[in-house]
Write a protein that binds this ligand. Structure first.
Ligand code: N01
Length: 503
């Protein structure tokens, strides 16, 4: 017989978003929750992405929780192991780990109208199935969690080693090997300079060049760390300074894309510094679209790595993959021992959407397939009562820290739960009209942005050409929008006496 465990809240994912939710719910007295994490450890993207060179391109003093500042960051941009250690420490000290279920994936979450609960089925890696009945579900499943393998003819027949950047195979030693990297995005530009140091030969397959600015890397001195430790206000001020300087860049993305000319000039300088006497390579790496249209990347090592004698940047496109190598569109076959696939993630069609079924029996994917991803304030969805989607539609950033957005959303969730308890709402769900007018507003606001006008194809845009990924404004306006729970924009149902007793 299957037993069902009743919980108030079920949180999907134990990355930054899921852990933040767990910690803040606990603080708010909403401690009856379970966190379901498919991986073996907490950390989300910072547990999964262990490729060589993995690091954050947002300064660490901002890319961290406001309620758990870390005076000991070693560098301006921390490497993955340090961020993972930070998440582990925050999780361990928070007291929520007793409610985290690891190695377990959410298989299905279906709204049950009679019970007014989400019935969530999970399955562990050992095959054990568990069912929960939860009043609310908070999904922190991550926008960049499901690797997207490219649909290249023959890819499954390659006989050498092949793996995605987010599933790095550390059992494979690439030293002295002939390696190909497919993709030149944020992950690839960190991987290539590391591989270039150890491989015999590297083929880098570029479909579109990126604008890559210099990385203002520096390590914090012991004195600076001691200051941050002893004078927390100094660290707060430093964090605020980083926040403000990143925020100052937002208008060049959202309102005045012509301002990106300054970035383009900086990148041309970065290219000239990294690649000497090779005009053909310079031409290949110089984008022909406006900077910012795709995510602006940061590296001091990408251009020099490409300029190395044993590295080839191939831009002719991939026709197919054979058992032993890659064939380009001109028919040239280049043999390799291993292929690293750095082709990104499912962003505008998140796989979790296929597993969440709402009030009328349709999944989120069914609904989003028709007109693209949409949610009220990027967080709640008509037809899906008591569901909160963190890092939902139009919440991602091209210029600042996602942790700021996550904390804004989690505050909204907490406010919503408080309102539900206080005012006796069993369910809350944004009205269709509230969601439609929010989405229309976002679309309008998106029109002048560099993401729509910059002349590139990017994963920010869905198949309808809408940018359903990014927040088209300053981050503080996002926070203002979510500062209070606006119940007047919601359809609510009251808690009946029977429900209150059975809870
Ligand atoms: O993925 P991407 P990523 N054949 O989608 C190419 C975050 N992140 O893993 O540009 C050949 O950016 C594709 O080409 P094109 C960050 O938000 C953060 O690198 O589409 N090539 C592109 O070059 C980032 O934006 C950090 O023409 C194919 C590349 O693959 C996000 O993760 C570090 C192809 C994919 O680039 C994703 O980054 C790393 C095909 N069939 C990542 N399909 C930080 O530092 C795709 N490509 C915080």
């Amino acid at each position: 017989m299957t037993t069902t465990t009743k919980v108030d809240h079920l949180i999907i994912g134990a990355g930054f978003a899921g852990l933040c939710t767990a910690i803040k719910l606990d603080e708010a007295g909403e401690g009856d929750f379970v966190v379901i994490e498919k991986d073996t450890e907490v950390g989300g993207t910072w547990h999964a992405n262990t490729y060589p060179g993995a690091a954050c391109d947002v300064p660490s003093h901002l890319y961290s929780f406001s309620f758990a500042l870390n005076p000991d960051w070693t560098s301006h941009y921390s490497p993955q192991p340090e961020i993972k250690a930070y998440v582990d420490k925050v999780a361990a000290e928070s007291g929520v780990l007793d409610r985290v279920v690891l190695d377990t994936a959410v298989q299905d979450a279906t709204w049950d109208e009679d019970q007014q609960r989400w019935i969530v089925t999970t399955v562990s890696t050992s095959g054990e199935t568990t069912t929960y009945a939860a009043r609310t579900v908070v999904s922190g499943s991550g926008g960049l969690s499901e690797p997207r393998m490219p649909d290249i003819d023959g890819i499954d027949g390659f006989r050498g080693e092949i793996f995605h950047s987010a599933r790095w195979n550390h059992d494979v030693d690439l030293t002295g090997k002939r390696v190909a990297v497919i993709g030149t995005g944020a992950s690839a530009i960190q991987i290539v300079p590391e591989l270039q140091k150890i491989v015999a030969h590297l083929d880098v397959y570029q479909r579109t060049p990126n604008w890559i600015i210099p990385r203002n890397e520096h390590r914090y001195t012991e004195g600076q760390k001691a200051l941050f430790r002893k004078v927390p206000l100094a660290q707060r001020a430093y964090r605020a300074f980083i926040y403000a300087s990143l925020e100052a860049r937002a208008p060049a993305f959202t309102r005045f894309p012509a301002l990106q000319v300054a970035t383009e000039r900086m990148v041309r300088g970065n290219i000239a510094k990294g690649i000497e006497d090779d005009p053909e390579l310079v031409a290949k790496v110089t984008p022909d679209y406006r900077a910012g249209c795709k995510r602006i990347l940061i590296s001091n090592r990408w251009y020099p790595a490409l300029a190395a004698d044993h590295v080839d940047l191939l831009t002719g496109g991939i026709a197919s993959i054979t058992e032993t190598g890659i064939v380009d569109k001109e028919g040239n076959h280049r043999e390799v021992d291993a292929i690293v696939v750095a082709t990104g993630f499912y962003v505008t069609e998140p796989p979790i959407a296929q597993h969440v079924t709402g009030r009328d029996g349709r999944t989120l994917a069914d609904i989003w397939d028709v007109a693209g991803m949409a949610a009220y304030k990027g967080t709640t969805i008509n037809g899906f009562p008591n569901l909160f989607q963190l890092v939902g539609p139009n919440t991602a950033l091209g210029h600042s820290s996602m942790i700021f957005i996550i904390e804004s959303q989690v505050r909204y969730v907490v406010e919503a739960l408080k309102a539900m308890r206080r005012d006796g709402h069993a369910t809350i769900e944004p009205s269709a009209q509230a969601q439609a007018s929010w989405t229309a507003r976002i679309r309008e606001r998106m029109k002048p942005t560099v993401w729509q006008t910059g002349g590139c194809a990017s994963w920010y845009l869905d198949r309808f050409g809408h940018n359903t990924t990014l927040w088209p404004g300053q981050t503080f306006t996002f926070r203002q929008h979510l500062a209070r729970f606006d119940v007047d924009r919601y359809d609510v149902t009251p808690t009946t006496e029977r429900e209150a007793v059975s809870a």
